[in-house]
Design a protein around this ligand. Structure first.
Ligand code: HEC
Ligand code: HEC
Length: 215
């Protein structure tokens, strides 16, 4: 009988280890238990601030639910990305919970809230604050909040992201590689924008400066 008991004990031990709560700092800084879940810090920066020049987005201060949805969408291919797909697929649900909760609690950029009534000069500001209703394009701040600070778990912040990342996402929606938005809200908007408009509106949100009040 003894010979049989030991493998069973080993199995029980393995099960209890895999359901243990994950250490978010370890997942973020060193990677997940599955080695394909590479350390997030390598690309998203030590504090989740992102790497503007490389187009790696900021994660600090994003809603945990939004990030969980994105990780599920990367894993399923609804949001197709060759870098994030294998990483998202390799994270356990416990690791996803732990790392997104930790990142959501980090400071978000603090910006002056610009109201929709403010003067809008230039193509980017006009799209952001007024939209282009003659083409059925609502102003970005209607959903993403004043100055693009983000609203709840569905509407991510635009401020705090680099122009390169913001425009890459609008282009992904145009090309259909990102199709994970509810009711094609963003797909419809992105397909209506010209290349110059994408560049201008991305630069508008990337250019809103952090007052540092949240640090
Ligand atoms: C090798 C670089 C790399 C590593 C490592 C990496 N990421 Fe990413 N991540 C990216 C890139 C590039 C994107 C943007 C993908 C796109 O264009 O859709 C991204 C996007 C994301 C997004 C979506 C953000 C948004 O605003 O929609 C989340 C969430 C995310 N990563 C979480 C993680 C987590 C958690 C880890 C660690 C387990 C991680 N990433 C590791 C490169 C990386
Ligand atoms: C009707 C509501 C709505 C409007 C208006 C809107 N958005 Fe969005 N946007 C969304 C939603 C919802 C998402 C998140 C989709 C998802 O779940 O991945 C999103 C996501 C984004 C993202 C991806 C952010 C990230 O972290 O990956 C960018 C970039 C973006 N929107 C830019 C814009 C711009 C620029 C405008 C104005 C021209 C705009 N949006 C107007 C609803 C809206």
């Amino acid at each position: 009988m003894n010979v049989c008991r030991w493998p069973l004990a080993g199995l029980l031990l393995a099960v209890s280890v895999s359901t243990q709560a994950a250490d978010p700092a370890a997942v973020y800084g060193k990677g997940g238990a599955n080695s394909a879940a590479m350390a997030c810090a390598t690309c998203h920066g030590a504090e989740g601030e992102g790497m503007a020049a490389a187009g790696f987005p900021r994660l600090a201060g994003l809603s945990a639910d939004y990030m969980k949805k994105q990780l599920a969408d990367f894993a399923s291919g609804e949001r197709a990305n060759p870098i994030m797909q294998p990483i998202a697929a390799a994270l356990s649900p416990e690791e996803v919970d732990a790392v997104t909760t930790m990142l959501a609690n980090k400071p978000r950029p603090q910006v002056e809230r610009i109201s929709r009534a403010a003067a809008a000069e230039g193509v980017g500001a006009v799209l952001a604050l007024r939209g282009a209703w003659e083409r059925n394009i609502p102003e970005c701040v209607a959903c993403h909040g004043p100055s693009g600070v983000g609203v709840g778990k569905a509407f991510p912040p635009l401020v705090g992201q680099s122009a390169q990342y913001l425009s890459s996402q609008l282009i992904a929606w145009q090309q259909g590689t990102r199709k994970n938005d509810p009711n094609d809200l963003m797909g419809h908007i992105a397909r209506g924008l010209t290349e110059d408009e994408i560049k201008a509106v991305a630069e508008y949100f990337a250019g809103l400066t952090d007052t540092g009040a949240g640090k």
